[in-house]
Design a protein around this ligand. Structure first.
Ligand SMILES: Nc1ncnc2c1ncn2[C@@H]1O[C@H](COP(=O)(O)OP(=O)(O)OP(=O)(O)O)[C@@H](O)[C@H]1O
Length: 631
């Protein structure tokens, strides 16, 4: 036991002594005491932080502890819970699905920054203040028809997305389309394969039911194809397909195979076969990234007449990539990315035109091959669409996730209503001092402990005037309902207004211009988007010229082979073993003609090659444009 170093000063004597001190000395003692309390509080905060780091490591979430604590605090707040309900007869339903953090992301200490509180999705942007050490969260909120968190199963996603469409195609003879959209590696294929297998079961149940109830035999016919780099490929027969628009304005995929499917097992097997044959390449985010849009069409036909009763299209879109992620790509990958972004941009504009109320609005479906083959889904009065935006949960993808959600948000002309949902976006968490650094002012109390009440936080948000809200500030619409992302744009310019039933004479170039015009309106960054338009034009031309070059090369090889055979015959007429009499003049003039033909072929091919290489150089220049603003 430690002894008192001064036996003459007892604790009682010390108190008596303090009592005799002047106010100044007392004030100094008070400051001393406060400082000591702060030190203790800071030590406690540091200890808790270290404990949290250990816990996070143990729980497999080793990312930035401070941001993770703020996100945890955000999620612990009271919030109103909404149940998923079927969206009835909505023309377009927009959903978001977040996938779990994967092992690779854990390895690089990435962490979960997305909160799904159906029907809202929050992206917690983890930021540092200008001092470089104070961390704070900037939470962007979006509202959709459904938001599914990382624990949601494929069965639940199916129940609220594709399953209602199955009823629609049987009962109303509708054309239903489900899209999976999102960043590469965000879970589109996982979601779409889940939907495929669930739908396989329900389709055959409904076919049997229909026969029992109506005495009509229905059959399931399937086609499965992909669009890659503006080309269409049959996935069931591994064959290049051509897309044409006939005189009636109907889009035809020439030679597309449609196979009759007899059972659920056969359907699953055929779907798997098609899925396995898709074009994939490794990307930054996914070693096995699908780089094509896959379109699985399930046609329900009347057995006796082959008349189409209804159609379900399941579309797994190619993964979008950020400009930054494509910097190290070779030309083919860059073109692939530009083409993907162009078609996604066109798709969004078609949706927006569709959702903005139909009859007077021109739908720019010719702007890409993808939208061209989906024309039916846009113009048919009996069409219904579900878009599932798949998002990665990780902080490193936060900017891309925001882009995905903006894209999904803008697909609907009028975003989904908030329905009285208490908006936790209004809550701004207090910035968190990085505890490894000293408090900003020694005389100020340490930052308040985490875990303030909702009411405190809300009142603080009001007093702070929500200065941190970004473009997704909640705004009021005319009818008083709230919605995320206050931007509103008029889509149709007077020249674009058209009747969907009327024969539409716009060309694909016109529609591409419509799409870029809409993009310029949205981003108000005219110059950049001109460059984007230029890039898309260059890439389209490059793809076309590449096709032409390859086919010319093939023709040249065939011509050469024929000429080679002719040369052989010519020689044998002069040099053959049995030849005694020959006309060398005929030989010389024939050889001359053959060589002239060869020369002409080579000259033509080289001219085409030179032009193609010139285009490649143009692509390098145009490709310097940031490819992000497709959303
Ligand atoms: N909800 C989920 N639950 C569990 N694992 C998932 C989920 N979503 C995706 N994954 C896993 O994440 C990985 C990437 O998913 P997926 O291939 O579906 O992404 P993608 O968006 O189709 O990518 P890409 O566009 O590059 O093809 C896969 O290993 C998949 O199994």
């Amino acid at each position: 036991m430690r002894r008192n170093s001064n036996p003459r000063v007892t604790p009682t004597a010390k108190v008596k002594c303090l009592k005799g001190k002047t106010p100044t000395t007392l004030a100094i003692a008070e400051i001393e005491k406060n400082r000591e309390d702060r030190r203790k509080a800071m030590a406690q905060v540091k200890k808790e932080r270290e404990q949290d780091i250990l816990n996070n490591e143990r729980n497999g979430t080793p990312g930035d502890v401070d941001f993770q604590r703020m996100i945890k605090q955000f999620r612990e707040q009271d919030h109103q819970e909404f149940r998923h309900t079927s969206k009835g007869d909505t023309k377009i339903t927009i959903c978001v699905r977040k996938r779990p953090v994967n092992k690779r992301e854990v390895r690089v200490k990435d962490y979960d920054c997305v909160t799904c509180w159906h029907p809202k999705v929050f992206i917690h942007d983890c930021k540092l203040k200008v001092d470089g050490i104070t961390k704070y969260l900037d939470s962007n909120a979006f509202v959709f028809d459904h938001s599914f968190d990382e624990n949601t199963t494929n069965a639940t996603v199916y129940k609220y997305t594709a399953q209602p469409l199955i009823q629609f195609i049987f009962n109303e003879g509708g054309l239903a389309t489900v899209f999976a959209y999102g960043q590469t590696g965000s879970g589109k294929t996982y979601t779409m394969e889940g939907i495929q297998s669930q739908a396989a079961e329900d389709l055959f149940v409904e076919i049997d039911k229909w026969q029992l109830q109506h005495g009509i035999v229905l059959e399931l016919w399937m086609s499965f194809y992909e669009i890659y780099g503006g080309q269409c490929q049959d996935l069931l027969r591994q064959k290049r397909l051509t897309i044409r628009e006939d005189g009636n304005g109907e889009v035809q995929i020439v030679d597309l195979d449609e196979v009759k499917i007899h059972s659920e097992a056969e359907l699953l097997q055929t779907m798997q076969r098609g899925n396995a044959l898709r074009t994939t390449h490794a990307t930054e985010m996914n070693d096995q990234s699908s780089r094509s849009h896959s379109i699985c069409q399930l046609n329900i036909r009347e057995a006796t007449t082959m008349k189409l009763h209804g159609k379900l299209s399941l579309i797994d879109l190619a993964g979008s990539e950020r400009g930054a992620d494509t910097k190290s790509h070779n030309r083919q990958r860059r073109m692939e990315s530009a083409e993907i972004n162009k078609s996604l941009l066109a798709l969004k504009e078609c949706f927006r035109a569709l959702d903005s109320g139909g009859r007077g609005t021109h739908i720019p479906f010719r702007a890409s091959k993808l939208t061209q083959v989906l024309k039916d889904s846009f113009v048919n009065a009996k069409a219904r669409t579900v878009m599932i935006a798949a998002v990665s949960p990780c902080a490193s993808s936060a900017d891309h996730t925001i882009n995905t959600l903006r894209y999904a948000d803008r697909v609907k002309e009028k975003p989904v209503s908030n329905d009285g949902f208490i908006d936790p976006m209004q809550i701004k968490l207090k910035p968190l001092q990085n505890s490894s650094s000293p408090p900003s002012s020694p005389e100020k109390p340490p930052p308040p402990p985490l875990g303030n009440s909702l009411a405190d936080l809300m009142s603080e948000a009001v007093t702070r005037n929500l200065t941190n809200l970004s473009v997704h500030d909640v705004e009021n619409d005319d009818d008083g309902s709230s919605y995320s992302d206050g931007e509103h744009f008029d889509y149709a310019s007077p020249t674009e207004v058209d009747h969907p039933d009327r024969k539409d004479s716009t060309s694909s170039q016109d529609d591409i211009k419509v799409v870029h015009h809409a993009l310029r309106n949205q981003t108000q960054e005219g110059e950049d988007d001109h460059s984007l338009e230029e890039l898309h034009e260059v890439v389209q031309t490059l793809y076309e010229e590449q096709e032409n070059l390859l086919s010319s090369h093939m023709t040249a090889i065939q011509e050469n082979a024929e000429l080679l055979t002719e040369e052989g015959m010519l020689l044998s007429q002069v040099q053959g073993e049995m030849v005694v009499d020959y006309d060398i003049d005929v030989y010389a003039s024939r050889l001359d003609a053959i060589l002239a033909k060869k020369e002409a072929t080579i000259k033509r091919l080289r001219a085409q090659l030179a032009q193609f290489r010139q285009r490649c150089a143009e692509e390098v220049v145009a490709g310097r444009v940031e490819q992000v603003p497709f959303y």
